[in-house]
Write a protein of this length. Structure first.
Length: 367
């Protein structure tokens, strides 16, 4: 009797970061939520020894002989995220099996909502095919895929959030110990994400540059592992010897870690005003000290802050385009959507997509 090939279905969410930006690769703190938008993969067996990839978002079929994968070079296309994961899976000693993966994603690419992490994590679940890894090892495998194969020296936040997401909860992640605590979002506010609909090209080179500038600032503090270990007082005392740009980058990182801590306390106390104020401070710091914002993100945040019922707003993710995240009183959300869209469109001629995001469950096998 012919063996019927069963389709296995996996889902991994994107994420939006509430606060703690560009702190993960400095050993610091972040507070993302996993979102309902994500990547779905339907995996089925194939006869030939290949990995067969299709995407609902990109045309064409890509077929890679399994034996070629461990030594492949990146292609520059979306499949790199899958191939990078396949290489890391093979490096664990797990045999890659002949498979067709049909990929479909609802996370807008280039939006700062981690479409890449969602693709990596869903691919890892499919390619591991029953091999049990801890959640942390799964997130780390996907991070290695992005760093080693795609070539982006990212931190752990995106993959960690995609794997560990929980309904109704934000994730306060300590990026040194790689452990987290779940944080309820106080009633009385919704998380609203607004897409500038732009993505400036310099994003990945600027990211690399920021990583290097943080390392330069850290080199003034021998014996410290990461900027997370440097206090504001220490930075101020050493300031005269540090060049202006690395100094500003370090100031952002150190203050952003403190903001995450204060944001946590405010969230635990249901203090939405303070949470909102910290989000705005975070944005200003990313705008002026870290210099990863852009005109569109700044004017979207500025527009949000003029709307009644908005506690706070900031850019989210790596920057240079993508989305803002705002904390908005539930009864004000509809008005927020209309007014923000009108103001942004009047200025930039682009209609922003706006998403109400509820914290969602992490990556899983669906069927
Ligand atoms: C990208 C990276 C993350 C993190 C953010 C900025 O999303 O993948 O690791 O550094 O930028 O906070």
């Amino acid at each position: 009797m012919a063996r019927t090939s069963r389709i296995k279905h996996y889902h991994a969410p994107g994420r939006v970061n509430l606060i703690g930006e560009h702190t993960d690769y400095n050993g610091g703190f972040v507070m993302p939520i996993a979102i309902a938008m994500g990547t779905d993969i339907r995996a089925s067996e194939v006869k030939k020894p290949v990995l067969h990839l299709t995407s609902a978002q990109y045309p064409g079929e890509m077929i890679f002989p399994l034996e070629a994968i461990p030594s492949m070079k990146k292609t520059g296309a979306w499949v790199d995220y899958v191939l990078g994961v396949a290489k890391e899976v093979a490096a664990l000693g797990v045999e890659l099996r002949p498979m067709k993966l049909e990929v479909s994603s609802t996370v807008p690419t280039g939006s700062g909502l981690s479409s890449s992490a969602a693709l990596e994590v869903s691919s890892a679940l499919a390619l591991l095919d029953g091999w049990e890894l801890t959640k942390l090892d799964l997130a780390k495998l996907c991070q290695r895929a992005e760093r080693n194969f795609v070539g982006m020296p990212c931190g752990i936040m995106d993959q960690y959030a995609s794997v560990h997401g929980e309904e109704h909860k934000a994730i306060l992640l300590d990026c040194r110990s790689n452990t987290h605590q779940l944080v309820p979002i106080p009633a009385g506010a919704e998380v609203v994400v607004s897409n500038t609909m732009v993505k400036h090209e310099l994003g990945s080179s600027a990211y690399r540059e920021r990583v290097a500038q943080c390392a330069e600032a850290l080199s003034h503090f021998p014996g410290r592992q990461a900027l997370r270990d440097v206090t504001l007082g220490e930075l101020e005392r050493a300031a005269a010897g540090i060049a202006e740009i690395p100094l500003a980058r370090a100031r952002h990182v150190i203050l952003e870690d403190l903001r995450v801590e204060n944001f946590l306390t405010a969230a635990q106390q249901g203090d939405l005003e303070t949470m909102g104020r910290l989000m705005v401070e975070s944005h200003r710091s990313l705008q002026h000290d870290y210099e990863v914002s852009c005109e569109e993100l700044d004017s979207m945040v500025d527009a949000a802050l003029t709307i009644e019922g908005v506690y706070g707003s900031r850019m989210t993710g790596g920057g240079f385009g993508g989305c803002t995240v705002s904390l908005v009183a539930p009864e004000a959300v509809e008005r927020f959507e209309k007014e923000l869209a009108a103001k942004y469109e009047a200025k930039h001629g682009l209609h922003p997509a706006i998403y109400r995001c509820t914290p969602s469950a992490g990556a899983r096998r669906v069927a």
